[in-house]
Design a protein around this ligand. Structure first.
Ligand code: PLP
Length: 286
């Protein structure tokens, strides 16, 4: 596999990262995951924009433009002949002594990139998934796509231990998001989702779904709702670059609606699927 590090495309044997990189020592960094369908990047500009925004939120200035970042992702997928999967781009604060003063201009950010082959989760997209509610113990800047994901990892573990596929974060009784996804409910034909603020990551797939809902003239409410309200929804689903639009059939073992993927969820999935071949044919899925 070919990796990217600081302007160079490297073989695995040539790749090395310092033990003093602040990303490794402190989780001091941000990242992005971009989907590749049939060898074409999907919503790459939106991901790179969010990478630059996340970096800025932790006061990290990247020496790359949005176009250069897209170029790196494109080159990586070509070098590795990736057909379906993901490109990871990670930015850390860089190599610094363990005790160091801010700002330290001798420290420069480290950008790494690599590809991961990963088929679409077709079975789960068809049958739907089970969610388990978990107390949200993360910090209060969930809007930053940072490398600090221990709260997410522990929540996912808890969900999987209970035979579920995804955790549902609840903070102050309010449903926030999944461990690696945004969540949506449908009640009486209205699409409900958490507002884009510091309690959630504003997913690129979330934004795509809001656009698709508008295309389908589905009314949307970006407003907080409780776990009890989530359980009473007619339909529920979670979204992410990896999970796309995954129907949720149970939360805490209680069926949502009929306990099968709902009709509006299916309509949104269909519209999501339909955009892919056209964008791939255009050679540019953004
Ligand atoms: N929320 C969290 C906590 C995530 O980790 C992710 C993706 O990894 C998302 C939401 C969905 O974001 P996106 O649709 O951009 O993949």
């Amino acid at each position: 596999m070919i990796y990217f590090k600081d302007g160079e495309y490297l073989q695995e044997e040539q790749m090395n990262l310092s033990m003093n990189d602040r990303g490794y020592v402190f989780g001091d960094g941000v990242y992005e995951v971009i989907k590749v369908y049939d060898g074409v990047l999907y919503t790459a500009e939106e991901h790179m924009e969010r990478l630059l925004e996340s970096a800025a939120k932790i006061r990290l200035t990247l020496p790359y433009t949005l176009e250069q970042l897209v170029g790196i992702a494109e080159r990586l997928l070509q070098e590795n002949e990736l057909s379906v999967g993901h490109i990871y781009l990670q930015v850390t604060r860089g190599v610094a002594p363990r005790v160091h003063q801010f700002p330290d201009h001798s420290v420069s950010p480290v950008l790494t990139g690599y590809t991961v082959e990963n088929p679409r989760p077709l079975e789960q997209l068809d049958k739907g998934a089970a969610m388990k509610s978990v107390e949200d113990m993360r910090w209060l800047r969930c809007d930053i796509k940072s490398l600090n994901l221990l709260g997410n990892v522990l929540a996912k573990q808890e969900a999987v231990e209970q035979g579920c596929q995804e955790a549902l974060f609840v903070r102050d009784g309010i449903v926030r998001e999944g461990s690696a996804s945004n969540v949506f409910g449908i009640k009486d034909g209205i699409l409900h989702t958490h507002p884009a603020n510091n309690f959630i990551l504003n997913g690129i797939t979330r934004r795509v779904v809001l656009q698709l809902a508008s295309d389908l003239s589905i009314p949307v409410q970006e407003k907080e709702f409780t776990l009890a309200e989530a359980l009473a929804m007619d339909e529920f689903f979670f979204t992410s670059t990896n999970a796309e639009i995954t129907p949720v059939v149970t939360i805490d073992r209680q069926p949502i609606g009929e306990g099968i993927p709902g009709p509006l969820t299916r309509q949104l999935q269909k519209l999501f699927d339909e955009q892919i071949p056209a964008l791939v044919a255009a050679g540019h899925a953004s």
